[in-house]
Design a protein around this ligand. Structure first.
Ligand SMILES: Cc1cc2nc3c(=O)[nH]c(=O)nc-3n(C[C@H](O)[C@H](O)[C@H](O)COP(=O)(O)OP(=O)(O)OC[C@H]3O[C@@H](n4cnc5c(N)ncnc54)[C@H](O)[C@@H]3O)c2cc1C
Length: 534
């Protein structure tokens, strides 16, 4: 370590204390490991305790010209995990800042720090005997609420668009100063946690998918538990049925009958949630071909596409929504089932009946329960198992996709909420993945009233020689073909952020904003914004 870097290290240590800074090679190597090949290195990991220490760390970084890369809990699997966009960063790990700072049952909000995890908020609400629901993603229960919101992540309840249900950010800027957004900027403003816009230009959007600040506090709105909840599941036996099903769901989403995102997973995705790769069935061959998948689907009771959504309201409202959904989907899909708390409990007893009806719920119960829970905002580890799809090892009790060298690269284009677009995007993705030797694990999320996202995962085993390169080449092919067809991504992986520039003045405007906020590019250089000054 050069004397210069040694002095910077000592300055960071002075801020956080020796116990909360490390350059120990094993820990650094772990933090430099993602679920795909990356090459950027870290010089240290620093763990501030609070906002004041975060500000001081930013000032040290600025004084020494050493870039910092803030993370909340660093579970950004499939998009780069904890790996920064440029070499030589200090990883600013905010997970120690894990206090729930404010909570209102009456006005349905909670104010949290970056280290507060999904499972922590869930446990907190239980402890409070709250009648409010949080929204949860399919990522780990130990992932961060703020980290996910910073990436504009989404979950499964009517509050699934996380950035749309957050306000009053406390932000540490690259110059070390701290600002608050909305009304939070006024001392004693009582409406700060309940009204986003405040007065004047709204700055919240500047800090998501950006490198312009570190969010150290955020208010998240919670959903009052509905009087009654029911989940619905449906199945399309043929790929061609997907488009018509999407088209009949659109008016229901636009009219508010469907208040939350409906998730529609293809057969590959469902299978990867139920088990690891069927090595015996395929006699060790990859990829699993569509004809083999169809055979497995028939025996396990899933179709080419399999949908799940939630109905929220009074009993009467849910009953009416159920009627409308049944009417819209009947004749379009092979099976529709409705499930509530009472009949989920007895699902095992109902299995023989369901099998007669061609719906083998017992085999899928393991998968259905967590999906059902997510529709009610209950975090679950179950989806994480799919990252071990192609691994030959058993899924460990303590899953760590980075350490276990699970290969995963996401690609998530947004399309109009339209059957034809859904068929085009999913068809394109399937062809490209199979061509490159990977199973197309796809899910379509009807994310808003007007848009859907196709979440494509390239899932592989990093321990197989050459597989990292093959997966990245597949990803490049996907990006190129999707963008040339007009489909762009709701979020990017660390490997793609430098390639998504645009010539229409947006990039140069971003550059000007960055030059004002962070002229020396010390904060997450290259993250969604140009890394070079100019
Ligand atoms: C099986 C599986 C299922 C998944 N399901 C979902 C899903 O349903 N929905 C979904 O959205 N994602 C999903 N993910 C992707 C990902 O795991 C989650 O988005 C996860 O929440 C991100 O990790 P994190 O919360 O630890 O955020 P972090 O990794 O801490 O943060 C993400 C990024 O945001 C920035 N950042 C973090 N904190 C701050 C801050 N305080 N200030 C400024 N910038 C910050 C950093 O650049 C960081 O790289 C899934 C992943 C897997 C493997």
């Amino acid at each position: 370590m050069s004397p210069f870097v040694q002095s910077a290290y000592s300055a960071f240590a002075e801020v956080v204390g020796e116990d909360f800074i490390t350059r120990e090679p094993v820990q650094i190597a772990a933090a430099e490991t993602a679920t795909f090949a990356t090459s950027n290195s870290l010089v240290a990991i620093v763990r501030p305790a609070d906002r004041a220490q975060t500000q001081d760390c930013v000032r040290v970084a600025s004084r020494f010209g050493i870039p910092i890369f803030p993370i909340s809990t660093g579970k950004n699997w499939g998009y780069g995990s904890r790996v920064p966009n440029t070499d030589g960063c200090v990883l600013l790990d905010l997970s120690r800042m894990n206090r729930i700072r404010d909570f209102s049952e009456k006005l349905a909000y909670v104010t949290v720090e970056p280290g507060v995890t999904q499972e922590q908020l869930y446990a907190f609400l239980k402890e409070q005997r709250s009648s409010l629901w949080m929204d949860a993603t399919g990522s780990s229960p130990t992932s961060s609420l703020i980290g996910n919101t910073m990436e504009r992540g989404f979950g499964h309840t009517p509050y699934g668009d996380h950035l749309a249900h957050a306000c009053a950010f406390e932000v540490v800027l690259p110059n070390g100063e701290c600002i608050e957004t909305g009304f939070a900027r006024y001392p004693g403003a009582v409406a700060a946690p309940v009204y986003r816009w405040g007065t004047g230009p709204s700055l919240d959007g500047l800090f998501s998918q950006s490198s312009l600040g570190i969010v150290t506090r955020m208010t998240i709105w919670l959903m009052p538990a509905p009087e009654y909840f029911q989940a619905f599941f449906f199945r399309c036996n043929h790929a061609r049925d997907l488009g018509p099903a999407i088209d009949v769901l659109r008016p229901l989403r636009l009219s508010g009958t469907l208040r939350s995102a409906v998730h529609i997973a293809n057969g590959y995705k469902v299978l990867s949630g139920m088990s690891q790769y069927p090595w015996e069935f395929t006699k060790g061959k990859t990829p699993l071909l569509p004809a083999d998948l169809e055979e497995l689907g028939r025996s396990l009771g899933f179709g080419d596409w399999n949908g799940a959504g939630g109905l929220y309201g009074t009993k009467a409202q849910v009953k009416e929504a159920r009627r409308l959904i049944r009417r819209a989907l009947s004749g379009k899909v092979a099976a529709i089932r409705f499930l509530d708390d009472a009949n989920l409990k007895t699902a095992r007893w109902a299995t023989p009946l369901l099998r007669v009806a061609g719906w083998d719920l017992s085999r899928t119960l393991e998968l259905v329960r967590p999906v059902y829970g997510l529709l009610k905002g209950i975090p679950t580890e179950q989806p994480l198992r799919s990252t071990y799809w192609r691994k030959r090892m058993k899924v460990p009790a303590k899953m760590d996709p980075d350490k276990d060298r699970c290969g995963l690269i996401w690609c998530a284009p947004i399309a109009p909420f339209d059957g034809e677009h859904a068929m085009t995007v999913s068809g394109l993705a399937s062809r490209i993945l199979l061509k490159h030797g990977f199973e197309p694990l796809l899910s379509l999320t009807l994310i808003s009233e007007r848009a859907l996202t196709c979440v494509i995962s390239i899932t592989y085993d990093r321990d197989i020689l050459g597989e990292d390169e093959r997966a990245m080449s597949c990803h490049r092919d996907l990006v190129s073909q999707l963008t040339s067809s007009g489909y762009y991504f709701y979020r990017l992986g660390v490997q793609s952020m430098g390639e998504m520039g645009s010539g229409n003045g947006y990039t140069s405007t971003l550059r000007q904003i960055q030059n004002t906020f962070d002229p020396n590019r010390i904060m997450s250089p290259g993250r969604y914004t140009p890394s070079k000054t100019g």
